[in-house]
Design a protein around this ligand. Structure first.
Ligand SMILES: C[S@@+](CC[C@H](N)C(=O)[O-])C[C@H]1O[C@@H](n2cnc3c(N)ncnc32)[C@H](O)[C@@H]1O
Length: 417
């Protein structure tokens, strides 16, 4: 809104169109309302934004109901880069939607916007209006927001849902969008030019986004080595250089049956194993991760790749209970790191039929809480002693040793008795 005006004129114009009458809608208080040029009114509350459609604007791809449907769809995909739709309805016959208000904080990086754009694309949504020049201190009128950790894209009246884009290589995307949505590319700046403003060429290599400079990746810490990034990832649309990948574990992992199972991956980091197991036919995979930042990266990656049956959430198994049951719980290089290991063991044994664990006969655990702190330690002289210890802790029965993988670790299976 008023994007091309200088900031002072813009502010004066907004003031002139503002009504200061606080109003309660759906139990939420909105402190002031700004009438916009394109037939909508924006109301601002402490933690919420309401958008009311006065007239349908011809130049917009979606009316307000369409916008609410699209945000709801993105919420159902657990899309991190979208706001949360809280309420929708009618006031005096006019449609409205209420979303959480994202308080913009400093620190937005170009690559954060590209990661958000890619996440929406993976969900089959093209935003089409990433106004780079329009980032300001006001809580409305800007479509690119930064919540201090990751970028949130707001304002979906120019967005489209198109399932074709989800798996489309980046190299084909712009030509496809220009062909399929010529109006978007003539009335508004083509999406390629908008992404140019975010230096997208700098962050893509061979059509894949390099996540290493994103705020989430740089703030998260899941290993003492390699810039704090544990997983080494190369997916269809992005990559991340970390300390450990899957390659060395694959020959052993391939012997394990996952097909049709519901699986929990504890300490899933950025979700490398969750995606592998989904690819091996698991029915549903949930990942839980102690690092908030890296759990968000993992969920965003799953969305970028268009995976629907994998979900990653932020969860500390050292003190938070599990609320679902699973066929299998994966404990890969994690059990000894958990601060609150006995609590975690009780949760695990009560919520699954099978445990697959990757660990060494001697382990030293660490967890990052502002700095790295020691957690648990064990030292056995043989694999049999380790197995006896695990059987006793979990009260499960050892069933199979799948074999040795990299760094002296073994993959063992225990089943419920
Ligand atoms: C060494 S990494 C292993 C990552 C992954 N499981 C793999 O094998 O590739 C250990 C992971 O467990 C996570 N973690 C540590 N304590 C945890 C806890 N209490 N709850 C959930 N995750 C935890 C760490 O943040 C880290 O991402």
């Amino acid at each position: 809104m008023y994007a091309n005006l200088n900031p002072v004129l813009r502010f004066l114009k907004i003031l002139r169109n503002t009504s200061w009458k606080p109003t309660e809608i759906d139990g939420i208080r909105f402190n002031f309302f700004v009438k916009q040029r394109h037939g909508t009114t924006i109301g601002v509350g402490n933690n919420h934004i309401i958008k009311i459609q006065n007239d349908k604007h011809k130049g917009k791809a979606l009316d307000l109901d369409g916008e609410a449907d699209l945000i709801k769809y993105l919420n159902d995909c657990n899309c991190i880069s979208a706001p949360q739709l809280q309420h929708r309805g009618r006031i005096d016959g006019k449609p409205y939607l209420i979303c959480n208000r994202i308080l913009q904080r400093r620190g937005l990086r170009d690559v954060d916007v590209l990661f958000a754009f890619l996440e929406l694309k993976g969900c089959g949504v093209v935003h089409f209006d990433l106004r780079h020049h329009n980032i300001g201190p006001l809580p409305h009128g800007n479509n690119v927001f930064f919540n201090g950790q990751f970028c949130v894209l707001i304002d979906y009246d120019q967005a489209v849902y198109d399932a074709n884009v989800s798996q489309m290589p980046f190299s084909e995307l712009f030509a496809y969008l220009e062909r399929k949505y010529p109006d978007h590319n003539s009335d508004y700046m083509p999406i390629k030019n908008q992404l140019d403003a975010y230096n997208y060429n700098k962050y893509f290599n061979n059509g894949k986004l390099d996540l290493s400079a994103t705020s989430l990746v740089t703030k998260g810490e899941t290993t003492i080595g390699h810039k704090g990034v544990y997983h080494d990832i190369s997916e269809n649309f992005l990559y991340l250089k970390g300390e450990r990948g899957l390659k060395a574990r694959l020959p052993v992992l391939e012997r394990i049956h996952f097909s049709g199972e519901s699986i929990l991956d504890v300490g899933c980091n950025t979700g490398l194993l969750t995606r592998y197991m989904a690819g091996r036919g698991a029915k549903y995979v949930e990942g839980i991760e102690y690092s908030k930042e890296h759990s968000l990266v993992g969920q965003m990656i799953n969305n970028c790749e268009g995976l629907k049956n994998v979900r990653i959430i932020h969860h500390d198994l050292g003190k938070e209970i599990l609320t679902s049951n699973y066929d299998t719980i994966m404990l890969f290089s994690v059990l000894h790191h958990i601060n609150g290991m006995e609590f975690a063991i009780r949760q695990i044994r009560d919520h699954c039929e099978r445990i697959i664990i990757e660990c060494r006969v001697q382990e030293d655990g660490y967890q990052f809480k502002g700095k790295w702190r020691k957690t648990n330690k064990w030292s056995f002289s043989s694999i049999d002693e380790l197995i006896a210890y695990l059987e006793c802790q979990f009260k499960f029965k050892f069933s199979r040793n799948y074999g040795a993988v990299d760094r002296g670790r073994r993959i063992l299976e225990l089943i419920k008795v």
